[in-house]
Write a protein of this length. Structure first.
Ligand SMILES: Cc1cc2nc3c(=O)[nH]c(=O)nc-3n(C[C@H](O)[C@H](O)[C@H](O)COP(=O)(O)O)c2cc1C
Length: 401
């Protein structure tokens, strides 16, 4: 039986050339035994008639917000409560921007504001509209609110352009919606992850940093997202691609990382601090490049301690779980246990960075997971598998404990 059987799906159609494909989507939802209602914007009705959608769905199509008849039949709040999932396909650039702003001046935006159901959006627009920085900014806002974005696909467009912006094919949208109902172990959780090293400037061209590549944090971000979480990644300077559907902020220094974490943290269920934040920074940033002076064979560098981001967050006693990493070169377990208790963490992932084949910049790792109650070793394997096991452990022992 399809995962969509007996689910209530509100299919919203906006004004784009791909609106005709929404007719096929109604048919696919119906053959999956879902209950389907259709909402159409004014724009959508210029491209495909409500009569077609009514005939396919077997239901009256919802088009108006400020209408006595519409409110008397099934008003926007009832519609918002009725559905298990809202699918907007195609979603125009205009509707995407309304959703990002939180507007409520037509039936689609008002229903989306009023609904606590899952929101899945399949954007479709000209490639330049899609690439436009305002559309991309709107997209990021919407992703952060927890909506799922499906596509868009690349290829030839109705206007003759070639690029990203085509609506994902109806059968692929159906698959994505079905997957939504297969819940991951962190489904719906909001997770903030830090990754990579930080750079602490000495003068305008030199800095202190460390060997962290960010691979572990990025791999965790990917896995946490695969388990259904909404992921935000704050990264130090690394040379890695952002995992698909993960929001990323780039920072350089420990101070910048701390500010970004503190700005965002209130919103999250889980904070994974995988970044190798520099413990020290030069006491004074030299305004100009320090010159090689033949009379002066030594240059003294005085370092100050950076503040501990994870400890500062855990001291705020927010309603979130915290996971830290302890990269040690000696007394691995003792030092990790001390950090677990000093910073009052829910889990610490300890790894021995004295062994070059694991830890910093390598593709493999071996870690020990330590909570207040237990200790578990994950033997040397790829960072991808280590991430899967860490996330599995977090879901079972940290989030759902
Ligand atoms: C022929 C034609 C095709 C269009 N195709 C698209 C499209 O694919 N994607 C899009 O975002 N806007 C497209 N537009 C612009 C939208 O229809 C317009 O922004 C409209 O206000 C969207 O309203 P809505 O979001 O309320 O449906 C198109 C306009 C015309 C005239």
């Amino acid at each position: 039986m399809s995962k969509l059987a007996n689910k209530n799906i509100l299919l919203c159609v906006t004004g784009g050339i791909a609106a005709y494909k929404a007719a096929e989507l109604v048919r696919l939802f119906k053959t999956s035994n879902a209950f389907v209602k259709v909402l159409m914007t004014k724009g959508a009705q210029e491209f495909i008639t409500p009569l077609t959608m009514q005939a396919l769905s077997g239901e009256k199509v919802h088009t108006d917000l400020l209408s006595k008849e519409a409110e008397a039949a099934m008003g926007h709040i009832e519609l918002a409560k009725w559905c298990d999932v809202i699918v907007i396909a195609p979603c125009s650039a205009n509707s995407l921007s309304k959703l990002a702003e939180g507007r409520g001046d037509d039936l689609l935006s008002a229903v989306c504001l009023a609904s606590e159901s899952e929101l899945c959006i399949a954007p479709a627009m000209n490639q330049a509209m899609w690439k436009d920085s305002r559309t991309q900014k709107n997209l990021k806002k919407i992703l952060r609110s927890g909506a799922k974005i499906i596509g868009p696909a690349s290829g030839e467009q109705a206007c003759g352009d070639v690029g990203e912006g085509r609506m994902t094919e109806p059968k692929d949208i159906l698959n994505e919606i079905e997957n939504k109902f297969k819940k991951g172990s962190l489904s719906g959780k909001k997770v903030l992850i830090t990754a990579g090293p930080t750079q602490e400037m000495i003068d305008p061209v030199r800095y202190i940093s460390n060997k962290s590549s960010g691979k572990m944090g990025f791999s965790l971000a990917e896995e946490v997202k695969n388990q259904g979480a909404i992921v935000t990644l704050i990264s130090g300077p690394v040379n890695l691609n952002t995992p698909d559907k993960v929001e990323r902020f780039d920072v350089k220094s420990a101070k910048e990382m701390q500010s970004k974490v503190e700005e965002l943290i209130e919103d999250f269920d889980l904070f994974i601090s995988a970044a190798a934040v520099a413990d020290f920074k030069p006491k004074k940033l030299q305004e100009n490049k320090i010159k090689k002076d033949s009379n002066n064979k030594k240059v003294k560098l005085v370092l100050n301690k950076n503040s501990d981001i994870l400890k500062a967050i855990s001291e705020k006693k927010l309603n979130l779980k915290t996971v830290g990493f302890a990269a040690e070169t000696e007394n691995l377990i003792t030092n990790a246990k001390r950090k677990l208790s000093d910073k009052n963490l829910d889990l610490i992932v300890a790894n021995d960075v004295s062994d070059e084949s694991i830890g910093f910049d390598s593709d493999e790792n071996e870690v020990t997971l330590i909570t207040k109650k237990e200790k578990k070793i994950i033997k040397k394997t790829s960072k991808k598998i280590i991430s899967k096991k860490i996330v599995e452990f977090i879901a079972q022992k940290v989030i759902n404990d």
